[in-house]
Design a protein around this ligand. Sequence first.
Ligand code: S3P
Length: 173
Amino acid sequence: MIREEHVLLIGFMGAGKSTVGRLLAERLQAPFIDCDKLIESRVGSSVSEIFSHEGEEVFRRMESEVLGSLSGTEPAVVACGGGVVVRDANRSALRRLGRVIYLRVTPGESVARIGDASTRPLLAGASGQLAATTLLDARESLYRSVADLTIDTVGKTPEKVAEEAIDWLGGDV
Ligand code: S3P
């Protein structure tokens, strides 16, 4: 990539941030960073373990640290965790770090794509669909408030979504 900034993918769980992110990184010949995976490798435990042993707040702190650590690093395609937009400071950081693409998904599609929600602590309860609806409802305006581009992913393959992102990024990458 030529521009000195990241391409950041945000959106709800199951929106395809990691899958599309990998495709985008390949096309842009840029490194790919998955924030959840980075946290897991730094801490040595899974996101679910962090949630159950230390609580969501501790995870959110780690998420903010990882985001902060991306400042001034080699431009990359970054897949953020679905809840990254909840903290004000993270939303400011996202705007500073580069161009933000919001991958939009419906609650129903999110739950269907995820299937076994055991790795997603916030959807793992009795009614994943209800949790997804409530959470997404609360976050939709936050995603939109930081997005430079919104792509609806329902009914589209990850390749098609990546293609739309590339078209928007143009030659300016
Ligand atoms: C979360 C989304 C997850 C992960 C954690 C919390 C959320 O990431 O960060 O389970 O609050 O929406 P993905 O969106 O990559 O599943």
